[in-house]
Design a protein around this ligand. Sequence first.
Ligand code: ZN
Length: 289
Amino acid sequence: MRKLILVAFAVLCAFSAFAKVNVVVTIVPQKFFVEKIAGDKANISVMVPAGSSPHSYEPKPKQMTELSKANIYFSIGETSEHVWLDKFKSMNKKMLIADTTAAIEKIEMAEHHHHDEEAEHDHEHEGEAHEKDPHVWLDPILVMKQAKVIADSLSAADRANAAFYTANYNKFVKELTELDKTIANTLKKAIVRKFMVFHPSWGYFAKRYKLEQISVEIEGKAPKAQELTELIKTAKAQKLKVIFAQPQFSMKDVKTIADETGAKVVVINPLAENWAESLLNTAKTIAGN
Ligand code: ZN
C-alpha cells in the first residue's frame, strides 16, 4: 500500500513537471510563433479570432476566464490591447505580460493622404498624432525579435525547459532567414513595385522588400467617392493586375476598383494561421502582378 502511494506521488510529481505553460496571444500569427518555440509545452489561446480585426476587438467573457489561468500574455502593441491589458493585470496579478515589440522601432502608418499642404498643416494643428504602424508581424526579420521575447519569457516561466526553448528559437531564426531569402528572391522578379490593398497591413513587408503599399482605406475609413476615383486612376496608371482584399474587411471598394480597371481581386490574410506560407503567397502574387 505504502509503495502504491509512493508511486502515485511520483506520478503526480512527474505530471506537474510536465504541466504546460498557459499562454495567451493577441492574434493568430503569434500562435504560429509560440508553437515554433514552445512545441507542445504550451497551451495557447488567441484573443482575436481569425475573422475579426484586432484594431477594434473586445474580449468575450469566456476569454476573460482563460486569462485568469494564464502564465504569460504576449502583447503585440495593438491599440485595442491597451484597453484590456489593464483589466487583465488586475484579474491575474501573477501573469507575465511580455511586449513582443519592445525592441522594434515602429514606422509611421503608410496611408494614402490626399491633403494638400495647407490641410496637412491644419491636421497637425488639431494635435492628432500620426498612428504608428502596428503590423510588425508581417516581416520575417522583425519576427526574429518577437521570437526572442517569446523564447526568453517561456524560459523564465518554465526554467526546466529553457534549453529546449532556446534550441527551438535558434531553429526558428534559421527558418526565418530562409523565408526572408525566398521572399526577396521571389520579389526580384516583380516589375511593378507597387501594390494596392484595402487595409494597409503590409507596411513593414513593403519596407523590407522595397515595395510601395497603396492603401484603399484612408485613415482607417472606407474611401469617399472622390478618393475612390483617385484610387482608380492610380490603379490604371500603375497597370495593377490585382487589388488585394482582406477577410477582416469589406470587399466593396476593392471590387469597385477592380471592376473599373479590369484587375482581379485577390484575398490575402494578414492574420493567417499558416503565417509563413501566407507571407510567401503574398510575395508570389505581387511578383506576378
Ligand atoms: Zn491592421
